[in-house]
Design a protein around this ligand. Structure first.
Ligand SMILES: CC(C)(COP(=O)(O)OP(=O)(O)OC[C@H]1O[C@@H](n2cnc3c(N)ncnc32)[C@H](O)[C@@H]1OP(=O)(O)O)[C@@H](O)C(=O)NCCC(=O)NCCS
Length: 177
């Protein structure tokens, strides 16, 4: 397909590697159930929660204006709500999030993967990632390219879910404005 010309080899490599890394017949778009007390919400958090969750998890702090763009301009947003059984329902809190920036056709970027420190290492990160990828598979035509910038803390998770490094074929580059 002409639309996939920029990364033909990368596409080929990733498809093979993804499948070889996944256990048995599990697909990366298969859902991972959340532990008790946790619920998916397929919509953005509030601006304050978004900014706080980024800051609290060590991601670079963003301004209100930047956060507003992220919340309104994403293709898909997924959050995880935690309800402590001993607290009122009104105190349920967003403890994890992830989003997809995408063109709806073939190019998708996963961003803002963050799980509150108190809720890490319970599978929430993987569950969010799987859900985002499932949404892309469901809603985009076949042949989507899913990319992300993997910070140190997220690398094991992304590798486990089948992501492979694009280098040396294609090296990620960025420009801060
Ligand atoms: C990266 C991040 C999103 C992962 O979230 P998470 O919810 O802890 O992810 P998971 O629980 O799915 O997986 C993390 C680890 O917990 C383990 N785990 C999963 N369920 C578990 C359980 N029930 N008991 C014990 N360990 C468990 C996983 O095997 C995994 O181990 P590994 O990293 O050694 O491979 C989280 O660490 C985070 O928010 N980091 C700060 C922000 C950041 O760097 N984001 C990434 C930007 S690219």
């Amino acid at each position: 397909m002409a639309e996939r010309e920029p990364y033909p080899e990368l596409q080929q490599e990733s498809k093979e590697s993804d499948l070889s890394r996944l256990p048995n017949t599990t697909l990366i778009s298969d859902p991972l159930p959340l532990p008790p007390g946790y619920t998916f919400v397929d919509s953005p958090p509030s601006l304050r929660t978004y900014l706080d969750l980024r800051r609290l998890t060590g991601l670079t702090p963003k301004t209100d204006a930047q956060g507003e763009g992220a919340l309104s301009g994403s293709w898909v947003f997924c959050t995880v709500l935690y309800q402590d059984q001993n607290r009122p329902v009104s105190e349920a809190e967003v403890v994890a999030m992830g989003r997809v920036i995408g063109d709806g056709g073939w190019y998708f970027v996963i961003a803002d993967m963050a799980v509150h420190l108190a809720h890490q290492r319970k599978g929430l990160g993987e569950a969010v990632l799987r859900r985002l990828i499932a949404r892309i598979k469901e809603q985009a035509p076949p042949g989507a390219l899913v990319t992300l910038s993997a910070d140190e803390k997220g690398r094991a998770l992304y590798r486990r879910c089948g992501f492979v490094e694009s280098a040396p074929k294609s090296v990620g580059m960025w420009l801060d404005l």
